[in-house]
Ligand binder design. Structure first.
Ligand SMILES: CC(C)(COP(=O)(O)OP(=O)(O)OC[C@H]1O[C@@H](n2cnc3c(N)ncnc32)[C@H](O)[C@@H]1OP(=O)(O)O)[C@@H](O)C(=O)NCCC(=O)NCCS
Length: 170
């Protein structure tokens, strides 16, 4: 299968924060942001694989900045690495300043999607060829994150996680 570039899967969703999507502090409810990120990541995974895709795991979410009611929020997702049937998707969340229009990074997350056939069985996806420095950085670190996710899910023994050895060696 021919390799694809991250830009081929890049997906941008821009939407407002409405009153029904906020918490008691009038900031965006975390579950709503998770859903928006899942939607963008799912489209990115589908664009990369051109298959049915399912969320396998949410590996990392950082709610670093509250997002106030009325904000314009942009969720940007792209495949950061493809393995056999699974794809790591990196998601950046931006909030737009009403007056200046400048964007600032509010949150980020990393999801794993798996491409499946009509019966739900995993199928192969094209490899990823990163181009920019940031894409290369994210690509390099993705195997370590995959192994950590599998260890935490009880699907890989810690001693099989080749990329994590250095983490545990003092
Ligand atoms: C995701 C799913 C297809 C994986 O099926 P499985 O039987 O574990 O299949 P495999 O063990 O062959 O794993 C398939 C791939 O997923 C990866 N994977 C599975 N669990 C993972 C996890 N927790 N973290 C990271 N990767 C994971 C495997 O490493 C493998 O990757 P690779 O093929 O690129 O090497 C299956 O668990 C599933 O259908 N889950 C439900 C998905 C769903 O409904 N999501 C919506 C949630 S509401």
């Amino acid at each position: 299968m021919q390799a694809k570039h991250p830009k081929e899967s890049r997906t941008t969703l821009t939407d407002l924060v409405l009153p029904s999507e906020t918490n008691p502090l009038n900031n965006l409810f975390g579950g709503e942001l998770l859903a928006r990120m899942d939607r963008a990541a799912s489209i990115a995974a589908r664009r990369h694989s051109r298959r049915i895709v399912v969320t396998a795991s949410v590996n990392h979410v950082a709610f670093n900045k509250a997002v106030p009611l009325g904000s314009v929020v942009t969720v940007e997702a792209a495949v950061s690495r493809a393995f056999k049937s699974s794809m790591e998707i990196f998601i950046d969340v931006w909030v737009e300043d009403r007056e200046s229009g400048n964007r600032s990074k509010a949150n980020e997350a990393i999801y794993t999607f798996v491409a499946v056939d009509e019966t739900g069985a995993p199928v192969a996806v094209p490899p990823l060829a990163p181009e920019t420095e940031l894409e290369k950085e994210r690509y390099q670190a993705a195997l370590r994150r995959k192994q950590l996710s599998l260890v935490l899910a009880g699907k890989m023994k810690p001693n099989e996680a080749t990329e994590l050895k250095a983490l545990f060696e003092v």
